[in-house]
Design a protein around this ligand. Sequence first.
Ligand SMILES: Cc1cc2nc3c(=O)[nH]c(=O)nc-3n(C[C@H](O)[C@H](O)[C@H](O)COP(=O)(O)OP(=O)(O)OC[C@H]3O[C@@H](n4cnc5c(N)ncnc54)[C@H](O)[C@@H]3O)c2cc1C
Length: 323
Amino acid sequence: MGNGVFFVAEQRDGALRKVSFELASTARKLADALGVEACGIICGSGVSGLAADLGKYGADKVFVVDNAALEPYTTSAHTQAVATVAKDNGAVILLLAASAQGKDLSARLVGKLATGMASDCTEVRIDGGKLVATRPMYSGKCFGEVVIAGSPQMASLRPNVFTAVESGKAGAVTSVNVAIEPGKVKVLEVVKEASGKVDVTEANVIVSGGRGMKDAAGFAVLEELAGVLGGAVGASRAAVDAGWRAQSDQVGQTGKVVSPNLYIACGISGAIQHLAGMSSSKYIVAVNKDAEAPIFARADYGIVDDLFKVVPALTAECKKLVG
Ligand SMILES: Cc1cc2nc3c(=O)[nH]c(=O)nc-3n(C[C@H](O)[C@H](O)[C@H](O)COP(=O)(O)OP(=O)(O)OC[C@H]3O[C@@H](n4cnc5c(N)ncnc54)[C@H](O)[C@@H]3O)c2cc1C
């Protein structure tokens, strides 16, 4: 029997990402069910100061691997750091975020630790001393329960689905030295998104547009509504392929998987590949002039009308509510 439920905290530019707190609180729950400790792993350069915050969300211990070789992120360096900490400290479960970075890292870690993983999980629980993970299959058409036979049992958790609970406690922080072997990949340049833009995977509200937006300029009405609601603008693949939005805005099977509290789909038909990326949103509102559009089958609220009439009216009403 190992010693803990471990999770890999994600940080960017010296700040913990929201999903790291969701991982900490979920690890806490699982650790309580097993009667073991919840342990965080944080890797990077100059990241020691971030460890205390993870304790507040449920980590009993936080292992910090602070090494210049870990910044900027590379799969090889982070795999070495996380695998070493997990192995040396007896991780029985290892959780990561199902984010772009988490997906990249988990694939290599599974190989390095010679175990198995359930990806993009929407629920996790302990049954008979084992992790049981619920994950989407066939682009979200159904959900399956998975038990990983290897150890540690690995799972990546879909951001925004699990609740971060502040406990107010402080976890013990341990610095770990890991000798990082140089990898075969060298990062030459990191091209960042324009600052201030909320990433769709972290937004609580997403206003998304599809082919029904007509052109790139059509998205101005969605930008305005998203601005009033403090949300982000997403897009269907049709809108991205047309060059109206950046690929980083794409929601769906080949885009990002999002779980906001509110997803407003405008001029999006609701193809299965789009639904795969947003059907776990808490509330879905669809605006479409075609009453037969498949999106209405998944929507909690539907408006059948021209979005260029509906969205400005919604924005005006929301402005009144928000004040
Ligand atoms: C392997 C694969 C992966 C894919 N991955 C993704 C993915 O990640 N994400 C994704 O989104 N798609 C993905 N697709 C594409 C997907 O199959 C659909 O083609 C795409 O989602 C359609 O985008 P859309 O809903 O914007 O366009 P359409 O299906 O053309 O729908 C446009 C909708 O806008 C409505 N509309 C038009 N004008 C107005 C108006 N003025 N007011 C209100 N409504 C209006 C129409 O009634 C229609 O329902 C993938 C496809 C494949 C094969």
